[in-house]
Ligand binder design. Structure first.
Ligand code: ADP
Ligand code: MG
Length: 248
């Protein structure tokens, strides 16, 4: 059984069909890179998985539980439980500016109130070490570089022990010299077998780290495959044209 099963996912904004019958699976430990031109529906697809967007048809099943089945959503409580298996990292970090780095990490687990504070603090300390920002625990996000902010956002997502991490262009808002440190953290997560879906323009990362690439265009999955195969031997004209533009 796949960890994520998406079938015939449809989404429209008014007359605009943004996702047209999208179907794909993600297995445990997969690192899936999603590429494609701006406006092709990548963000909408990713946001649908975690219920930041409601879809108009199709099914999304996360480790055997339906978030939505044939267009019918599960009960709110179920939705909450199912989406809590996933963490998301956004292009613009979305850190809380009035909270310190440590407080940003600890906020969600404290609100959920399932764990002792000592356990939450132990994990935030461990994750700050992991991303190399132990010295910044009491700093406010405004003092951090973009790369540091995004590393904090990743650590914050990890605080909830997600089974799956979703990334929406995590390095697109960064100066080129800061993308490396963020990609490095993501690469490490991949090596630790975190299941990840990464919408990205970083073709180098997709080639090196992903075990599958999905190419989307105009609300459809045009093709998907192993990066070596898809990058060197794309089957469709649209994929070829996109890669030609992106790999320059
Ligand atoms: N809230 C919205 N209302 C109307 N149209 C939207 C909305 N969000 C996205 N769109 C449109 O949906 C299409 C796909 O957007 P998006 O998923 O953001 O694509 P991508 O992430 O691949 O750039 C675009 O044409 C975009 O303008
Ligand atoms: Mg997008």
């Amino acid at each position: 059984m796949a960890l994520i099963e998406v079938s015939n996912l449809k989404k429209s904004y008014g007359k605009l069909d943004v996702l047209k019958q999208i179907t794909f699976d993600v297995n445990k430990n997969d690192v899936v890179a999603v590429i494609g031109p701006s406006g092709s529906g990548k963000s909408t697809m990713l946001r649908s998985l975690i219920h930041l967007e409601e879809i108009d048809g199709g099914s999304i099943c996360i480790s055997g539980e339906y978030l939505v089945r044939d267009g019918i959503y599960s009960k709110p409580q179920e939705i909450k439980r199912i989406t809590s298996k996933m963490g998301m990292v956004f292009q613009h970090f979305n850190l809380f500016p009035h909270l310190t780095v440590k407080e940003n990490l600890e906020l969600a687990p404290r609100l959920v109130k399932k764990e002792l504070n000592a356990e939450i603090e132990r994990r935030s300390k461990e994750l700050l070490e992991k991303i190399g920002l132990s010295d910044w625990a009491t700093a406010y996000p405004g003092k951090l570089s973009g790369g540091q902010k995004q590393r904090v956002a990743i650590a914050r997502a990890l605080m909830m022990n997600p089974e799956i991490l979703l990334f929406d262009e995590p390095t697109s808002a960064l100066d080129p010299e800061l993308t490396g440190e963020v990609l490095q953290v993501m690469k490490q997560l991949a090596e630790e077998h975190m299941t990840m879906i990464v919408v990205t323009h970083e073709m180098g990362f997709a080639k090196e780290v992903a075990n599958r690439v999905i190419f989307m265009d105009n609300g459809e999955i045009i093709e998907s495959g192993h990066p070596t195969e898809l990058f060197t031997n794309p089957k469709f004209e649209r994929t070829k044209a996109f890669l030609k533009r992106s790999l320059k």
